[in-house]
Write a protein that binds this ligand. Structure first.
Ligand SMILES: [Zn+2]
Length: 229
């Protein structure tokens, strides 16, 4: 294990050295208190080499967007079909995602298509729950955060991970209901959870659990194993 494998994070209020593994990125994070020695912390972490190796061995498989690969899309599975040609347009036909154009840009264009679809679907989900909750949503945006699936600002902007489009539809919709409910309650109080269930129409707990159990694997789509972080 070399320092290259580990992200060292200086933490102003941490009391002790802490080691964590992020299955979404495959990176090891070593939290070091402000004045502690990084060298000593690394030596301490070296004692956990077996644990880190075990975590790495259990990482989800990288699923690059290459011709012939399959991509989960809501409750469906799409197959990427590339053929020689000039058009750069990505087109869905049934369960096929068809494109031509430069082969080396296939991955980038497939991801761009998925991001557009994610925005379209999540805007619709958000509008649906916002109407039920009688709240306004200033703006819906998508990004690719590692640690969260959605966030809602006090000003009413909601931001989602585009990777929700890779999850089952119920999971995506339950996440939208969760974020819209934050337009009423900016906390995770019992009243907030009651409102999420009311908006969603049933208990969303299984869908949160699905994300906890499978969320990391969604971060490995569109990546080749050599991507590193
Ligand atoms: Zn929340």
């Amino acid at each position: 294990m070399t320092p290259d494998d580990i992200d060292i994070v200086r933490h102003p209020t941490a009391r002790r050295v802490k080691l964590a593994f992020d299955p979404a990125s495959g990176r090891v994070r070593l939290t070091v208190p402000k004045r502690a020695s990084a060298k000593k912390a690394l030596a301490w972490a070296a004692g956990y080499g077996d644990w880190i190796a075990a975590q790495r061995a259990r990482l989800p498989e990288a699923r690059p967007f290459v011709p012939g690969a399959t991509v989960p899309f809501g409750d469906e599975v799409l197959t990427i079909e590339w053929q020689e040609g000039a058009s750069r347009i990505v087109r869905r036909a049934g369960d096929r995602l068809m494109l031509s154009g430069p082969r080396e840009t296939v991955a980038r264009r497939v991801e761009a298509w998925l991001r557009r679809e994610a925005l379209r679907l999540l805007e619709a989900d958000t509008a649906h729950y916002a109407a039920l909750a009688r709240v306004t949503v200033e703006k819906v945006a998508i990004g690719d955060p590692r640690g969260r699936w959605g966030s809602c600002t006090s000003k009413g902007s909601i931001r989602y991970s585009w990777r929700l489009v890779l999850a089952p539809e119920a999971v995506r919709r339950a996440t939208a209901a969760h974020e819209v409910a934050h337009r009423v309650h900016m906390d995770h109080s019992p009243a907030f959870h009651a409102l999420v269930a009311e908006l969603y129409g049933s208990d969303p707990t299984p869908h949160r659990q699905w994300l906890r159990a499978n969320g990391a694997s969604l971060h490995w789509y569109g990546r080749s194993s050599s991507d590193g972080g």
